[in-house]
Design a binder for this molecule. Sequence first.
Ligand code: UDP
Length: 311
Amino acid sequence: MPRTLVTGGAGFLGSHLCEYLLEKGHEVVCMDNLITGSKDNISGIKSEKFKFVKHNVSEHINLDGELDYILHFASPASPIDYLELPIQTLKVGALGTHNALGLAKAKNAVFFLASTSEVYGDPLVHPQPEEYWGNVNPIGPRGVYDEAKRFAEAITMAYHRTHGINTKIVRIFNTYGPRMRVNDGRAIPNFLKQALTGKDLTVYGEGSQTRSFCYVSDLIEGIYRLLTSEQNEPVNIGNPNEMTIKEMADKILQATNSKSKIVCVPLPEDDPKVRRPDITRAKKYLNWGPEVGLDEGLQSTLKYFKEQLQT
Ligand code: UDP
């Protein structure tokens, strides 16, 4: 039975990943400092093969026993979080990734980095293939996340090339689903919360910027395929179904049957104007593509948000 460490395991993606790995027969150690993650996300996991360790991975990681895989998912990931936690965001992308790689080297484990479409910044190439180097403002408000993840990719490749560690890098595009926090601040959770509580939906700018939203179960499947593949180059995982943010706000009004209105508020600095993954590589090497449609994905996310807002 493989033994696996998931950093950030109590977060939105981390908790889904822990569950999936347990289903696949892994013994899972979930590590999280709970600054944006929550124990509620893992409270449903009853397996004896699951262990939670509260630790900030930007500090040295001590873990007894053998490890076969390390999946490094710890990081604030919502723009409002990394604006509020800029130094922690930089530290976990840099020091946290270094510590997790050091542990992978010591344990001879496969290392898997959760990177992001933010490495492409406000892209000048559309859609974004993995070969594109990006257009990032290093000193802007999003720079703390974008540059931390770019450094994380660089040090991951350095450990691969220098120490021969078997490393994987996934570039995660916008993902949604149950266990996103009601106050997460990203577009879908904000719109759902606003629609369900009778507040105006806050579209930033004119809402003409685009994103492409992937349902969480599709993303986790792609991650597992990459983890068990031979690929060491970065791979985009996301749903190429691109839409404007205004279209998403309309969609959520429709799905919730809400009478809320849409209001336009100022666009945050450096907000990418377009984003859509080129998933040719994921299709070719992992035989992966998204399967859950937007209506279906929004319904299960809506159900979760209704439950959260009732308690
Ligand atoms: N957005 C919006 N209203 C909100 C939250 C977000 O219009 O209440 C926009 C945001 O400006 C961006 C897009 O929705 O253009 C996606 O934002 P999100 O925070 O979900 O993630 P990003 O893709 O920017 O990292």
